[in-house]
Design a protein around this ligand. Structure first.
Ligand code: FAD
Length: 349
């Protein structure tokens, strides 16, 4: 049997694509990722990046309020019983992702909880293999495997994720816990400048901790950050530990500065890692055109086609700029429509 459309990935891009493809009666098959320890460590478990966060305040259609009743009826009990009680602050990331998944399943999407580890795009039908050894052939593929945020790898970062440790200022900066408190941003590239400058809207002070004596960021971005009176740069410094407690979450960071091997504790209510993202494209083994940062390239302007005909890309795996749930879902829709139209030219309906 040859599948019409295989969708690889289970964030907003994958489920949006699945909803559209399923509603076009193309019976998509989604590989949502495997429940492995490695995926847990890398932050690439099924349901994607948004499932790693608490409140989502910027996804349209989910204002603050009590969504419990809606969730009770929209999500099957098998899954609902394990979801945290609703906070009343709007939708949480895991709730939003379960809703998207359920919506795709309601229209006939089939879901396999496994990673695609090998894929052959050299001829059609495309062939792929999963971690558990399942083999599938498909007329078309939508890749929506996302990009994971890089952290320094400190155990203390893990300990305080969602309690003051974040990798997305636009997503989390406006949350109450970050307001009117000093915040720390780690990094020295454009993202670090952008995150730090953005956070000055909410923070009392923003420390940029950077391991060198100059930024890698473009001059215009660096100048904007350096000219901001709320930003203080800790040059030649690295974070040794994120400080905090189970009760309060992040309360500061311990940094070490060279030369002099000087140790300092900075008081802070939040810690933002801004040291880049790693797109999940390794399993493609170079068969599709990638950018120098290993993101998938859309080969037609404003279309989701990749360098191989019949393969489409959606979401953060092809976007190192916006990286939001709404943009990922939007491009998932685009990929589904591009795919459906391409399949029609191949007489697959
Ligand atoms: C802590 C945090 C908070 C955030 N908060 C917000 C917010 O408030 N608002 C907002 O708009 N955005 C937020 N974002 C960003 C948002 O989560 C991402 O932009 C969005 O999830 C990207 O969606 P995606 O579908 O492209 O991929 P992802 O969400 O990254 O999902 C991809 C998933 O595909 C699966 N996968 C990967 N490789 C394979 C493979 N080989 N085989 C099978 N499956 C695979 C994995 O399960 C992976 O997790 C946040 C991100 C983080 C990390």
């Amino acid at each position: 049997m040859v599948e019409n459309v295989v969708i690889i990935g289970s964030g907003p891009a994958g489920w949006a694509a699945a909803i559209y493809v399923a509603r076009a009666s193309l019976k998509p098959l989604v590989f949502e990722g495997a429940l492995t320890a490695e995926n847990q460590t890398r932050g690439t478990l099924p349901l994607g990046q948004l499932a790693l966060t608490t409140e989502v305040e910027n996804y349209p259609g989910f204002p603050a309020g009590n969504l419990s009743q809606f969730l009770d009826t929209a999500i099957i009990n098998d899954k609902r019983q394990y979801m945290a009680p609703h906070t009343g602050h709007g939708v949480t990331g895991p709730e939003l992702m379960e809703l998207m998944r359920q919506q795709a399943v309601n229209f006939g999407t089939r879901v396999i909880t496994d990673d695609v580890v090998d894929i052959d795009l050299s001829k059609r039908p495309f062939r792929m293999q999963t971690l558990e050894g399942m083999e599938v052939q498909a007329h078309s593929v939508i890749i929506a495997t996302g990009a994971r945020a890089n952290y320094l790898g400190l155990p203390s970062e893990d300990r305080f994720k969602n309690r003051g440790v974040s990798a997305c200022a636009v997503c989390d900066g406006a949350l109450p816990r970050f307001r009117d408190r000093p915040l720390v941003v780690v990094g020295g590239g454009d993202s670090a400048m952008e995150e730090a400058t953005y956070l000055t809207k909410f923070a009392s002070r923003v420390y940029i901790v950077h391991r060198r004596d100059a930024f890698r960021a473009s001059k215009v971005m660096a100048d904007r950050a350096l000219g901001n009176p709320k930003i203080t740069v800790k040059w030649n410094s690295h974070v040794e530990e994120v400080l905090g407690s189970d009760e309060d979450g992040v309360t500061g960071v311990r940094i070490r500065t060279q030369p002099g091997d000087h140790e300092e504790a900075l008081e802070a209510g939040g810690y933002f890692a801004a040291i880049g993202h790693t797109p999940n494209t390794d399993f493609l083994k170079g068969q599709l055109q990638l950018t120098d940062k290993k993101y998938l390239v859309w080969t037609k302007p404003f279309r989701t086609h990749t360098s191989v005909e019949g393969v489409f890309a959606a979401g953060d795996v092809a976007d190192d700029y916006y990286r939001q749930a709404i943009t990922a879902a939007g491009s998932g829709c685009m990929a589904a429509l591009d795919c459906e139209r391409w399949l029609a030219t191949q007489d697959v309906h």
